[in-house]
Design a protein around this ligand. Structure first.
Ligand code: PEP
Length: 251
């Protein structure tokens, strides 16, 4: 059975001290709780080791928001997958639309990042999603299919089975505009079909596909009730422990 997951993406927010305090708050909230999903926070590189020291990763998984497409060497300012793993983190978000849009991340680059993440036992949370124009001109299924094919379909079935997907329509990220539960379900079911065509039904059924884009405690229950929506990747609402826990408890 595929896992249900709620993962926070803090993006470039919080100082180290604020981030540690927020992680402690989420960790505390999870202590007595029995959530019906895995819970993960993806945080800035600078926070990883300190947060690892104050959370119980049996209850709250820890991830980075990116990693480099090289293992080591003369790449000033970059942070590699082995570095991320050495902090105690076990997840990494890859291919977020902000990385694709502002930092020119292509499928070729993402393919390298995915390989390095897997080599270092990091679970990629791999983001895909169309921009508004593609939603409006009806090419969104093709766009998402291409993103998956180009960056992930070189993987063996075993390695593909280690990937978590996050469908994030770019027009819904940070805009307050959520995809409807039916729009999300249609896309998630389509993605599962694309995976089934390449790797078979069993791999497709076991792949967790998260929804991301203005997910809040108020809309999470409808989204998560859909059969192919296995949880959420949460930006803005993950910066407040109460609202993040409200989404976790939507399951
Ligand atoms: C995200 O960037 O991963 C995201 C889903 O952001 P928000 O929830 O703020 O739309």
């Amino acid at each position: 059975m595929r896992k249900k997951i709620v993962a926070g993406n803090w993006k470039m927010n919080t100082t180290l001290q604020e981030g540690v305090a927020l992680a402690k708050e989420v960790n505390e909230a999870l202590k007595g709780a029995e959530p019906k999903c895995d819970v993960v926070i993806a945080v800035p590189f600078t926070h990883l080791a300190s947060i690892n020291a104050v959370i119980d990763q049996n209850k709250l998984g820890l991830g980075a928001e990116n990693c480099a497409d090289h293992k080591s060497g003369a790449y000033t300012g970059e942070v590699s997958a082995p570095m991320v793993a050495s902090t105690g983190a076990t997840y990494v978000i890859l291919g977020h639309s902000e990385r694709r849009q502002y930092y020119g991340e292509t499928s070729e680059i993402l393919k390298e990042k995915v390989a390095l993440a897997l080599e270092n036992k990091l679970t990629p949370i791999f983001c895909i999603g169309e921009v508004l124009e593609e939603r409006e001109n009806g090419t969104y299924n093709d766009v998402v299919k291409k993103q998956i094919e180009e960056a992930l379909f070189n993987l063996s079935a075993e390695d593909f089975g280690k990937i978590i997907l996050a469908y994030e329509p770019v027009w819904a990220i940070g805009t307050g505009k959520t995809a409807t539960d039916d729009q999300a379900e249609d896309m998630h079911a389509f993605i599962r079909g694309v995976i089934a065509d390449r790797y078979g039904k069993e791999v497709a059924e076991n792949t967790s596909i998260l929804y991301g884009g203005s997910c809040k405690p108020s809309n999470a229950p409808q989204l998560f009730a859909k059969p192919d929506v296995d949880g959420g990747l949460i930006g803005g609402a993950s910066l407040d422990a109460e609202s993040f826990m409200g989404i976790v408890n939507a399951f």
